[in-house]
Design a protein around this ligand. Structure first.
Ligand SMILES: NC(=O)c1ccc[n+]([C@@H]2O[C@H](COP(=O)([O-])OP(=O)(O)OC[C@H]3O[C@@H](n4cnc5c(N)ncnc54)[C@H](O)[C@@H]3O)[C@@H](O)[C@H]2O)c1
Length: 246
């Protein structure tokens, strides 16, 4: 895979860093995108591990910015083989307490961002007759108390993944989704202790996943080995998705 180019949104986040690392270790050229200086920090951290990745500042909800970004990457590398959409914000509140601002931020960063990136990169992949797109859901998509905005966003991403897979299959492009359970990263660590304990209690493996364990799912779906897998959501969640009968 060392002649391939991957773009990873939210690459400066906890899981994003692990995904960038995992792809870079296979020799893929990785372009890490994030807002603020998060992508730059990720590139620096991986550089210290001896892994060179590129970084760009880009708000995935801004279609003009993603088109410019895609043009720049194509001018520089000539191809984009893999698009991984991890960027997203989670705002948790019970239904009656959801604010318009938090709902809009969660939906736009996750759903609009994912749609926008796919819409920007799909034409190039269609032209080449090859592409791997991997989006990000969550076990929360199955239902989660105080997760109205987030579950709406992640459910929409799973549905949009299936539709994009159907539209793009004939062009050699696969579109799949990874739905992590609890990952030992910022998003989980920022939850109140009570919520963290509740989540761990609902996980049959009784532990959070390490970022590299989740990244392995992205790496498989990014690879040529996943050539007959499309439209699927791979739950990498320590067993949460199989039920809760306690
Ligand atoms: N951590 C978990 O337990 C967990 C569980 C299930 C799913 N997920 C999903 O995995 C993904 C990564 O989660 P994480 O734990 O690394 O969270 P994180 O908050 O560490 O990373 C998310 C990254 O997305 C970036 N981002 C947000 N809005 C953006 C925008 N508009 N444009 C570009 N970048 C933007 C943030 O700056 C951040 O670096 C998210 O989609 C999250 O919903 C996480």
């Amino acid at each position: 895979m060392n002649d391939q180019v991957a773009v990873v949104t939210g690459g400066g986040g906890g899981l994003g860093l692990a995904v960038c690392r995992s792809l870079a270790q296979t020799g893929i050229t990785v372009v890490c995108l994030d807002i603020g200086n998060a992508a730059e920090r990720a590139a620096k951290a991986l550089g210290e591990e001896g892994l060179a990745i590129e970084h760009q500042q880009c708000d995935v909800t801004n279609s003009a910015a993603t088109i410019e970004l895609s043009d720049n990457i194509l001018a520089h590398h000539g191809q984009i083989d893999i698009l991984i959409n991890l960027a997203g914000v989670a705002r948790n509140a019970k239904l009656v307490d959801v604010t318009d601002e938090d709902f809009d931020l969660t939906l736009s960063s996750n759903v609009r961002g994912t749609m926008n990136m796919m819409r920007t990169f799909a034409p190039h992949m269609k032209e080449r007759g090859y592409g791997r797109i991997i989006n990000t859901s969550s076990v929360a998509a199955l239902g989660s108390i105080a997760g109205t905005s987030y579950t709406a966003a992640k459910g929409a991403i799973e549905a949009m993944t299936r539709t994009a897979a159907m539209e793009l299959a004939r062009y050699g492009i696969t579109v799949n989704c990874v739905a992590p359970g609890i990952i030992n990263t910022g998003m989980f660590q920022k939850q109140p202790e009570r919520a963290r304990n509740h989540m761990l209690d609902r996980t049959p493996m009784r532990r959070s996943g390490e970022p590299m364990e989740i990244a392995a799912g992205y790496r498989f779906l990014s690879s040529p080995d996943a050539s007959y897998v499309t439209g699927q959501t791979l739950y990498v969640c320590g067993g949460v998705s199989v039920g809760d009968f306690r």
